[in-house]
Ligand binder design. Sequence first.
Ligand code: CP
Length: 324
Amino acid sequence: MSPLNQFDPQGRLRHLITLEGLTPDHILDLLDRAQRHVRPIHERPATGQSLAGLTVANIFTEPSTRTRASFELAARRLGADVLNLEIMLSSRAKGETVLDTIHTLQAMSTDIFVIRDAQPGVCRLVADHVAAHVSVLSAGEAHLSHPTQGLLDALTIRQRKGGFETLTLAIVGDVRHSRVARSAYQVFSALGVGELRIVAPAALMPELGEMPLARRFDSIEAGIAQADVVMMLRIQKERMVQAAIPDADDYFIRWGLTAKRLTLAKKDALVMHPGPMNREVEIASEVADGPQSVIRQQVTNGVAVRMALLETVIAHRTLRQGPV
Ligand code: CP
């Protein structure tokens, strides 16, 4: 595989597979563009025609509610045709390779592939083999990367806190198996967050050397003390052998974010969670649904971020092929 280059020869973003390599300017441009698509949920959503005549294919081989629905809504609200491939009902189930599937859909004029896959490297493999006008966007790659989640998390924090430099952000739970944590680490390191903490039991901590700028904590009480943002993570059972999965009740007692524990963070601390949540395992319902929770705002921002990204990558196509 060639070195990953997410930019076209003119320096425009063509693919988004990882946030690694994006500058603060790239990230802030995407956040600014996304902000323009945010509407209060009781108003009609932002719409446009910038993707009219283009086709977006969602290819998810792992379950998803938020990411898949929001990529679909984002594409439709910008006027695209959207194809959702049901992988178990597709010819992948009959042994077709991922690249044959991609080339088949490309032959039907797919312009943007949105891919979630449990296997590391699939997004990049596809990006290496699609036609020059086609873009590949990761909707979550194994434990490695979930770039649009990182962007929507950053947008949510910027809306609530105004910036990043003075903040202490604690990422709590199964950091080891979490693509959300890795993309959060990348985006918040790039944006210069004041202090980044990873807070996890030893078995759920990433390898030493990973996330080198983060402070490590092996107790939730110490890790969230005086934090401005507490980002809770689900235990990624699907990436663990059965024997290593912690007992849910025991985990909640030792690691669950309860209202009492939350008082250790700053009074106005934000509580975040990428979803799906396992209530009363990593987070108490009273916290998830409480006044400090911005979990639903994260979901709302997911559509805006994905609209911004779709618009950004089609600029690459417009440059190569003339206005669409
Ligand atoms: N946050 C997230 O990726 O949620 P889904 O798995 O529901 O898409």
